[in-house]
Write a protein that binds this ligand. Structure first.
Ligand code: EPZ
Length: 417
């Protein structure tokens, strides 16, 4: 990944930032749009690499996709291909949840095995077993997944693990299946309820998202709609962590506080003061943070794994020792080695990270290895003594829109190259 960020440490972050549409809501909604028989307009869509790549895959399937400002319009009426373009689907992990919509639309599908990425193997067994339960006839060979022509039939499905992507894939395929599907032990992330609301806006009959039991009554036709996805709780959490680390005072706007309750609770443990309105959260940080002591990542409503790296960076300069347990992905500590190069005191033992806060980090040239780890390195650069260069802007651009402009508007000394 080329390009990067140069950060001069030592500036307090102060001011307001307005959060945009959630990457992890927009991606499944774009996939679901393939099943509509009319135009779909998504409002408040962030300009992110992952979103552009998903739009590219939809175009590869024959859809017309156009952006006007923050609006993305998908016209799936010209879609005529059920084979996912290999290059793009390899680049975008989340392309796997196009499988459900392609099956829902065409009754057959071919895609490449998305493969692992920087944070783990990312298997898709729960996706495939869920779709097979809906009568999909799936063959896997030579890294390709071949779904032979079949009629999707609703069924009771239990997920061994509340996988976000598998829940979304099954919801989308079931929306066009014959009969009723139930999903027990589904993911409960806010993005799941957003997908339910979007599918229902297109004429689907989905209920129970956010609970232990989702019910989908298949329908023959899904129409177009204009829809505004929920805003990005991980971007919001990232900006609040940056404010906390720099002894700042930042208000994040256009966010539902309950979506970031686990994050704000953990930040309160570090000594920050947090005040919420219905659509905003303000954080005021002390001069020196207290270590949060213990942090475990869990499926929602537990602490989100996508905020682990950012809190890891915070723990590096908080007073005391923090023990982090990453329960969701098997290798999501690539940022640890880079933070150590900045002077952090860290021990990694399998899924455990033991971090003893130091008084000061030192700027260095570091390498992003994944999206959230890259963001964590930028946050560390905000407080490090001197200059930090974070290589690998491409990782960060996947999930943050113009991160340098957002942090710069809050007072950071940061530029992108
Ligand atoms: C979604 O990924 C998010 N991505 C991830 O955000 C997020 O970290 C993750 O959910 C957990 O919240 C999108 O929504 C596009 P999972 P997903 O299926 O669906 C295992 C970011 O930084 N698993 O809930 O891939 C899997 O290996 C990204 O924005 C299986 O074993 O997550 C992992 O250990 C990173 N078999 C765990 O479940 C399967 O079939 C959680 O995965 C599927 C998953």
């Amino acid at each position: 990944m080329t390009g990067g960020f140069v950060v001069e440490g030592g500036r307090r972050l102060c001011g307001d930032v307005t959060v945009k549409g959630a990457k992890n809501a927009v991606l499944p909604l774009l996939a679901a749009a393939l099943m509509a028989e009319d135009e779909v307009v998504l409002e408040g869509c962030p300009r992110l690499m992952d979103v552009e790549n998903m739009a590219g895959i939809l175009r590869g399937l024959g859809c017309r996709v156009r952006r006007q400002g923050d609006c993305l319009t998908v016209d799936p009426r010209s879609a005529d291909c059920f084979e996912m373009p290999e290059r793009l689907s390899g680049e975008l992990r989340s392309s796997i949840f196009l499988l459900g919509p392609i099956l829902g639309r065409f009754g057959q599908a071919v895609c490449s095995y998305p493969g692992g990425c920087e944070i783990g193997l990312r298997p898709i067994d729960l996706h495939l077993s869920g779709l097979r339960a809906l009568n999909a006839s799936i063959e896997e060979a030579h890294g390709r997944i071949n779904c032979l022509p079949s009629v999707l039939i609703g069924a009771p499905i239990h997920l061994d693990y509340p996988s976000v992507g598998a829940t979304e894939n099954i919801m989308m395929a079931a929306a066009k299946a014959r009969g009723v599907t139930t999903i027990t032990n589904p993911a409960k992330e806010p993005e799941i309820a957003d997908l339910q609301d979007f599918l229902n806006a297109m004429g689907a009959r989905v209920s129970g998202a956010g609970s232990d039991h989702i019910t989908i009554e298949g329908v023959k036709r899904l129409g177009g709609t204009v829809y505004r996805p929920i805003t990005d709780r991980i971007a919001a959490g990232t900006y609040l962590a940056a404010a906390a680390m720099t002894a700042g005072d930042v208000t994040v706007k256009n966010i539902q506080p309950r979506h970031i309750a686990a994050i704000t609770a953990k930040l309160t443990e570090t000594g920050c003061r947090l005040d919420s309105t219905e659509t905003s959260v303000r954080l005021r940080a002390p001069a020196r943070l207290r270590a949060p002591q213990r942090l475990e990542t869990l499926p929602y409503p537990g602490f989100p794994t996508d905020m682990q790296a950012q809190m890891f960076a915070l723990a590096c300069i908080a007073k005391g020792t923090t023990i982090i347990q990453e329960n969701v992905f098997e290798s999501r500590y690539r940022h640890a080695a880079e933070l150590t190069r900045m002077g952090a005191d860290v021990t990694i033992r399998d899924r455990l990270a033991i971090i003893t806060g130091v008084d000061e980090l030192t700027g260095a040239e570091v390498q992003a290895g994944d999206l959230r780890g890259g963001a964590a390195l930028v946050l560390a650069g905000l407080v490090a003594q001197g200059t930090t260069t974070v290589q690998g802007a491409g990782y960060i651009d996947r999930g943050y829109e113009r991160l340098e402009e957002v942090l710069g508007s809050l007072g950071a000394n940061i530029r992108k190259f």
